[in-house]
Write a new protein. Structure first.
Length: 128
């Protein structure tokens, strides 16, 4: 097998893996939502994540104040923004964990199916 043939086979296999992963992720999303819209779930998660953002902001401001000599405003603002951003991200991740789990499981199921098919092509099983 020449390197060009080997490269083309690898690219085709990679393309199959990506396509199957996207298909599985879509199926996992659809199974989780069960005909419902995605926007209300994201709205609800964002509303609940605001509490995490507020807590993160407060922790950031306080840690910026404690670590500085005279409570430098710039440091407190930067720490507050970073803390709020991390709190919001953590809250959104927590609020959408069911959707994320379903998407990941659907994706892995399809990717593993393609990997198994590829393995069987390379290693045929002869039961005779």
């Amino acid at each position: 097998m020449s390197w060009l043939t080997w490269l083309e086979a690898g690219i085709d296999y990679g393309r199959k893996l990506v396509d199957s992963g996207l298909e599985g992720a879509g199926r996992g999303r659809d199974e989780f939502l069960a005909g419902e819209e995605l926007a209300p779930l994201l709205d609800h998660s964002a509303e609940e994540a605001l509490l995490g953002a507020a807590i993160g902001t407060c922790v950031g401001v306080v840690s910026g104040y404690v670590g500085s000599r005279q409570g430098q405003r710039k440091r407190m603002i930067v720490y507050g923004v970073v803390g709020g951003t991390l709190g919001l991200a953590a809250g959104l991740a927590w609020g959408t964990r069911g959707l994320t789990k379903s998407v990941a499981e659907g994706m892995m199921k399809k990717v593993n199916q393609v990997r198994d098919e590829h393995w069987l092509e390379k290693n045929p099983i002869d039961y005779a």
